[in-house]
Design a protein around this ligand. Structure first.
Ligand code: ATP
Ligand code: MG
Length: 286
């Protein structure tokens, strides 16, 4: 057999086999495997599948025996501990917000994010971001607290994002914001706070990338292997006047499911989010 003939007879996993291994959480490199013939391939597939099923069952068992919380909950706990330790105060605000609040964020007719909003009746919607509520609390707490002070919220946000490997309709955002440092301090603080969160999330390899956002103007994104996990910005900003904020601020918004994806090397965000097909990243049809 010539090398060319050998190449054409080499077998890859079938689409169904690859899909199954992918769902079970196989390393993407495994899906590229080539085999001498169909029986060899099928035996290898079975072994891989059995191994992944065993791992999945063991992880589910750990939830029972060790009382482990879902990854999303564990991550929230780690982030809360790290941020409270750094002096940030946790807040929880409503999931339902008004159209007016979105307009005050510059998200009006024609804005791309407007198309992604889940609308309710009476000019209300499910929040697509935490920033409007945090702006309101910053102003109100700012009347009471000395500077600098920081607050954060972790909670669900909703967007009609086109379905894909990195977007969910409902996801969990961490937004932290600090008010009352000098503009110069805020610049350095952004990097410090990004490091604090990434460290607490257990993701150590990341890049800070400067971008432009429709809502905030100049922004810094935190990326892991080119995938955005956070967008961050600094004030003063033209939107601040809508909220009665007149001091410098620094704010960062992280997607928790994206952080879990990055940490665990998941190829698909569904494994990290609220799901009926996965529990704690384990596919249930095992
Ligand atoms: P992308 O460009 O990836 O769609 P974005 O820039 O629109 O994200 P931001 O508004 O900057 O998102 O939101 C802050 C963070 O929230 C993002 O960095 C990401 O981690 C997370 N996030 C945003 N939309 C989604 C989504 N639909 N599903 C999961 N996470 C999301
Ligand atoms: Mg962004």
């Amino acid at each position: 057999m010539t090398p060319d003939e050998a190449e054409t007879t080499r077998m890859r996993l079938t689409a169904t086999q690859a899909q199954r291994l992918c769902e079970l959480g196989a390393d993407p490199l495994v899906l590229d495997g080539v085999f001498a013939d169909a029986p060899t391939r099928d035996t290898a597939f079975k072994q891989l599948e059995d191994g992944l099923v065993r791992d999945g069952r063991q992880r589910l068992q750990e939830m029972r025996t060790l009382g482990r919380a879902p990854q999303l909950v564990e991550l929230e706990t780690c982030l809360r501990t790290a941020l409270s330790g750094a002096g940030f105060v946790q807040v929880i605000t409503p999931l339902i917000i008004t159209t007016d609040a979105l307009a005050k964020m510059g998200i009006e007719r024609g804005h791309p994010l407007r198309e992604q909003v889940f609308w309710l009746e009476d000019g209300r919607c499910l929040r697509p971001m935490l920033a409007p509520n945090l702006y309101t609390l910053l102003r109100r707490l700012g009347r009471i607290w000395s500077r600098p002070f920081g607050i954060f919220e972790v909670g669900p946000c909703f967007r009609r994002d086109s379905k894909g490997a990195r977007h969910l309709n409902e996801f969990t955002m961490l937004n932290l914001v600090e008010l009352g440092r000098s503009a110069e301090e805020c610049r350095a603080r952004l990097e410090e706070l990004a490091a604090l969160v990434m460290n607490a999330a257990g993701v150590h390899d990341y890049d800070l990338v400067r971008t432009e956002s429709e809502v905030y103007g100049e922004m810094v994104d935190v990326e892991v292997k080119g995938a955005e996990v956070c967008s961050a910005g600094r004030g003063p900003h033209p939107l601040d006047g809508n909220w009665g904020i007149v001091e410098p601020w620094v704010g960062l918004g992280f997607g928790l499911e994206r952080l879990i994806m990055a940490r665990e090397g998941y190829p698909n965000i569904e494994r990290a989010g609220r799901s009926l097909s996965y529990v704690n990243g384990v596919r249930l049809n095992i």
